[in-house]
Write a protein that binds this ligand. Structure first.
Ligand SMILES: CC(C)(COP(=O)(O)OP(=O)(O)OC[C@H]1O[C@@H](n2cnc3c(N)ncnc32)[C@H](O)[C@@H]1OP(=O)(O)O)[C@@H](O)C(=O)NCCC(=O)NCCS
Length: 275
């Protein structure tokens, strides 16, 4: 996903109009701006410390500089700006600036943990970083049934998904590393449900065949579970191919019961749906 731009509007409002402005801005103005093309989200900030002469900062995230330019030249931008001017006029002073997003970095979704498994193997369990991309992608083949990628698989798409995982606050991509080698990874996500509260799903869990039956899978799964619990997840699920009887038994021993039947319809580009 492109990093985008930030459009910052700093506002100083006359104290006697501040409450009125705050409500109108939050409930009417910003939602209207956000409904315009190219906007992703807005954060409204109020200065609580520091020498700022403008007390309210509104940071709009947009897809691109072009999207911002198109908005600023649009009739909607003119209408919204003149609404502001008509309603508050000299009572509000606005300063506008645009920023290019150079990097969008997040704190790790979980702290790293050390573990020792069978054969005296020292593991570091940690969230994946961008530097793990090739190692993680290289392990996908161990998840392919019969060694062949599923229909429609593309490495480009897999790489894009890897990066999406890293940037998604509701997902976690975790690795187990020993002596600089990635020997296992797990991909998990959490999502809201109305009936059961927050649920979690482990999409992938794989251990390098050279490191199996030592407790690596068990330790990484526990690590994922601790992340899920901190996220407020109450149920964790995973899907295992019907032919993977050993993996299913492993999961059963880790407390995953055979709970439901997964029904799947799939289609791929170039093939008539349903596949
Ligand atoms: C399923 C899978 C993740 C298990 O990983 P693993 O690292 O081999 O699993 P573990 O070593 O933790 O546990 C397997 C068994 O190894 C044995 N074991 C565990 N610790 C051990 C140790 N210290 N020494 C010797 N054996 C040990 C145990 O018998 C254990 O079974 P149990 O604890 O459930 O009774 C792995 O086989 C795999 O990657 N499979 C292919 C992908 C797949 O099917 N993934 C699951 C669905 S997405």
């Amino acid at each position: 996903m492109p990093k985008g731009v930030v459009y910052l509007v700093r506002t100083q409002v006359a104290p006697e109009r501040e409450a009125e402005w705050d409500q109108w801005h939050r409930e009417t103005h910003v939602p209207e701006v956000l409904s315009e093309r190219g906007f992703r989200r807005a954060r409204r900030l109020r200065v609580v410390e520091g020498e700022e002469d403008h007390r309210y900062w509104t940071c709009y995230d947009l897809e691109s500089a072009e999207a911002l330019q198109a908005y600023r030249q649009s009739p909607a931008a003119m209408r919204l700006s003149s609404q502001h001017e008509l309603k508050f006029g000299k009572a509000a002073d606005l300063r506008r600036s645009t920023f290019e997003v150079v990097d969008d970095l997040r704190a790790p979704v979980a702290p790293s943990e050390a573990a020792v498994v069978g054969g005296g193997v020292h593991l570091m369990l940690r969230p994946a970083t961008a530097a793990d991309e090739n190692a993680v992608l290289g392990m996908l083949k161990h998840l392919f049934d019969g060694g062949a990628p599923p229909p429609g698989f593309s490495e480009e798409q897999a790489r894009a998904s890897f990066r999406q995982y890293l940037g998604d606050p509701e997902s976690g991509l975790f690795v187990a590393e020993t002596e600089g080698r990635i020997v296992s990874f797990a991909a998990a996500t959490s999502y809201p449900t109305m009936r059961f509260g927050r649920r979690g799903h482990v999409e992938d869990l794989v251990v390098d065949p050279d490191f199996r039956v030592k407790g690596v899978g068990h330790r990484l799964l526990e690590y994922v579970e601790r992340w899920a619990r901190r996220e407020g997840v109450t149920h964790l699920s995973t899907v295992v191919g019907l032919q993977r009887e050993e993996s299913r038994k492993f999961l059963n021993r880790k407390g995953f019961t055979d709970a439901s039947l997964v029904l799947r319809k799939r289609w791929t580009a170039g093939a008539p749906p349903p596949f």
